[in-house]
Design a protein around this ligand. Structure first.
Ligand code: GLU
Length: 445
């Protein structure tokens, strides 16, 4: 990096000490912006870049809650309202012990560009807590969610900030959060949260959307080379909502997903993942991937090593940030992997991204390929505003059209800057210019 872009980056590092993931996310975007600033110096005027990297509002709060044994715990809650140029802040809530300000800032920053790519009029935000729902009873999760929402409610609203799920926040948590919001506000503002249950304002396809969208994006990338997913061996990491529905869509398109993972290890099922069993274990029983192996002859659990050691044609990282490092990228490439589409946010380290790009394979950054989740959240908001409900096929075809548009926007932006096939540059530049043009129109705010 050099010039104005480097100065902006150095200031971010200086003012957000120790927030390594946030620095990483900012660096990746700013690097892509160098050719844009050279071509259009006006984007560096009015401290636009400095404003872009500074959240509009940061909320950090105490979340006390009582466990089933009567012990009091104190968690930290966050909501980073990063950028509202394009619409109300929009982005998920993550409940995981690793959550801190730097993690939420990186996620919120990514969300700005991801949401811009969807072209649906949504700004960028993210929130969460260091609360760990694993092993907690429903009653404990409910009390935590109620305490969390008691503070968060004053900051959000259907035209202000619309949270949703992320790691550790699914339908159960959104239900408890919505119940408390409704009680505090005495208002049935369905559009204040997305990822709601289907009987109280949720949208069909929202559950499937992130995983489905990731696979659709991979399919669009392959189509640029005259290929498809048919017959391809696929490695998926993670075993949450994104991984499960990436596996489902990959199977529907004729590919063979053979792995998934959680913090206890990864599973290889050469016969192809038994999706009904995986859903039973993870969605119904809230179990571990080991429970799948116990019931599935031929599948094996590997507790040391990496899911990326399995030779495949396509890799779909759907677990968490920095789960795929330079060494794993080298192993994947040696095994013949030619397509990587990220279902998680920033799962590949900068070294891994560099390895994929120098090998010239098809590589999609999460802010483009996993945008289907938030895009379908915006479709949920649209249905809530119209007090209507679309059927599955309608919602899915809208998702597919949005993913295809995102893909094409990335391709066009990469071509414009003389870097055909560079989806990192394409996503960052296409997302940035949409936000930047509106920030300029709105003046110095
Ligand atoms: N947490 C998801 C993401 O990373 C979805 C956010 C939303 O639906 O608002 O994009």
């Amino acid at each position: 990096m050099q010039g104005v872009v480097e100065k902006v980056y150095e200031r971010v590092v200086d003012r957000n000490r120790g927030e390594a993931e946030f620095h990483q996310a900012v660096r990746e975007v700013l690097e892509s912006l160098e050719p844009v600033i050279t071509k259009h110096p006006s984007y560096a005027e009015g401290a636009l870049l400095e404003r872009l990297v500074e959240p509009e509002r940061q909320i950090i709060f105490r979340v006390p809650w009582v466990d089933d044994a009567g012990e009091v715990h104190v968690q930290r809650g966050f909501r980073i309202e990063f950028n509202s140029a394009l619409g109300p802040y929009k982005g998920g809530l993550r409940f995981h012990p690793s959550v801190n300000a730097g993690i939420i800032k990186f996620l919120g920053f990514e969300q700005i560009f991801k949401n811009a790519l969807t072209a649906q009029g949504i700004g960028g935000g993210k929130g969460g807590s260091d609360f760990d729902p694993h092993g907690r009873s429903d009653a404990e999760v409910m009390r935590f969610c109620q305490s969390f929402m008691t503070e968060l409610a004053r900051h959000i609203g259907p035209s202000t900030d619309v949270p949703a799920g992320d790691i550790g926040v699914g339908g159960r948590e959104i239900g408890y959060l919505f119940g408390q919001y409704k009680r505090l506000r005495n208002a049935y503002d369905a559009g204040v949260l997305t990822g709601k249950g289907l009987t109280w304002g949720g949208s069909l396809v929202r559950t499937e959307a992130t995983g489905y969208g990731t696979v659709l994006f991979a399919q669009s990338m392959l189509a640029t080379k005259g290929q498809s997913l048919e017959g391809k061996r696929v490695a998926v990491s993670g075993a949450g909502n994104v991984a499960i529905y990436a596996i489902e869509k990959a199977q529907q398109l004729g590919a063979a997903p053979i792995t998934f993972s959680d913090s206890s290890g990864y599973v290889v099922d050469e016969a192809g993942v038994d999706l009904d069993l995986l859903k039973q274990v993870k969605e119904v029983e809230r179990g571990r991937v080991k429970d799948y192996v116990d019931r599935r002859p031929g599948a094996r659990l590997v507790v040391d090593g990496s899911v990326w050691d399995v030779p495949v044609d396509v890799a779909l990282p759907c677990a968490t940030q920095n789960e795929l490092d330079g060494a794993a990228a080298a192993t994947l490439l040696r095994g013949g992997c030619a397509v990587v589409a990220e279902g998680a946010n920033m799962p590949s380290t900068p070294e891994a991204v560099a390895a994929f790009q120098s090998a010239g394979i098809l590589y999609a950054p999460g802010k483009a390929s996993n945008a289907g989740g938030v895009a379908t959240s915006a479709l949920e908001m649209e249905q809530n505003a119209g007090r209507t409900r679309w059927d599955f096929d309608t919602a899915e075809s809208k998702l597919a059209a949005i993913m295809s548009d995102i893909h094409d926007s990335c391709v066009t932006a990469a071509d414009e800057y003389g870097r055909p096939g560079d989806y990192v540059l394409g996503a960052n530049v296409a997302g940035f210019t949409r936000v930047a043009d509106v920030m300029i129109a709105h003046g110095i705010v």
